[in-house]
Design a protein around this ligand. Structure first.
Ligand SMILES: [Zn+2]
Length: 296
């Protein structure tokens, strides 16, 4: 007997403020909209990524309950804390539910939780809104797991907005959960966090890593999905493969415009001419500032 089809439901937490630097142009501290996806069988379901602040996770849990499924695991696409730090709060709603991720993603999440400067960055950005004792995802032993007979596969594509990024491929649903490899209607984060003037993260994005990111998007496209859910997507944006094409174009445009040699404001202005309908230009200002400073 073949398995009943899976259903795919996408929740999007809208943009919201966080506590961050402001003062320079474009610095209004707004966190980009984020998605969490419920992939559901007849009885069981898995969630993909957790959102960040308690209030976001609580709303997500309320939404999940409506589907009346048993959440058996939370797949974490990459190590940036905004995609897994909600695990502790999710466990309050769904006791015992575990996060799972590739070993590289777990290593990165562990670094984010234990590096003093970086964990301080997250605590300072969302004071009182994220756990002080995070629950980390656990490492998968292989790259696949099952949901009611369907195979779900972690595909390590490498560079996204951070190194060691994965997407989750569900062939029977023609689905790719794109994590932060694919963006949809949101400015793409091409400069990893700088804390106290120090690059706290590995895999900081430059022209070479933007090219690697484009190649990651090629790998996602080669999976031939019909449904593509971006980790950061604007509310109501359709979950279509066009977001892969648009993400590649955004990165190409960004590299070309940075390479043209203008200052930060020029880069932002040129990008906004082409991609002005995307959410959260703060990310563009941030990325442009870093890219221009590295070029000079
Ligand atoms: Zn993210």
């Amino acid at each position: 007997m073949s398995a009943a089809p899976l259903s795919v439901h996408v929740y999007v937490a809208p943009m919201r403020p966080f506590v961050g630097a402001s003062g320079e142009a474009g610095d209004q501290p707004i966190w980009s909209p984020m998605s969490s996806t419920l992939i559901a069988g007849e009885r069981d379901a898995i969630l993909v990524d957790t959102l960040v602040a308690h209030e976001q996770v609580d709303r997500l849990a309320d939404w999940v309950r409506r589907f009346d499924k048993r959440v058996v695991a939370v797949y974490v696409t990459h190590g940036h804390s905004d995609h897994w730090i909600g695990l502790a709060q999710l466990q309050k709603h769904f006791p015992g539910v575990k996060g799972i991720a590739t070993p590289d993603v777990v290593a990165r999440a562990t670094f984010e939780a234990t590096d003093h400067g970086l964990s301080n960055y997250w605590q300072a950005s969302f004071p009182g809104e994220i756990p002080t004792e995070p629950v980390l995802p656990e490492a998968m032993t292989g790259d696949t797991f099952e949901l009611e007979g369907h195979v779900l596969r972690a595909v390590s594509v490498g560079q996204g907005d951070t190194e060691h990024s994965t997407v989750l491929h569900v062939p029977s649903a023609d689905l790719v959960e794109g994590g932060d490899v694919v963006y949809n209607g949101v400015h793409m984060m091409t400069g990893e966090v700088v804390y106290n003037g120090v690059h706290m993260m590995t895999g900081e994005t430059d022209a070479a890593s933007r090219q690697a990111w484009i190649e990651s998007l090629d790998r996602v496209a080669a999976l031939n999905p019909k449904i593509v859910v971006a980790g950061h997507k604007s509310v109501g944006a359709p979950d279509l493969p066009e977001s892969i094409v648009a993400s590649r174009q955004y990165l190409r445009d960004f590299s070309r415009i940075v390479n043209d040699g203008g200052g930060v404001e020029d880069v932002v202005a040129e990008m906004l001419k082409l991609h002005g309908d995307r959410d959260n230009p703060r990310t563009l200002w941030y990325s442009a500032r870093l890219a221009v400073s590295k070029r000079d």
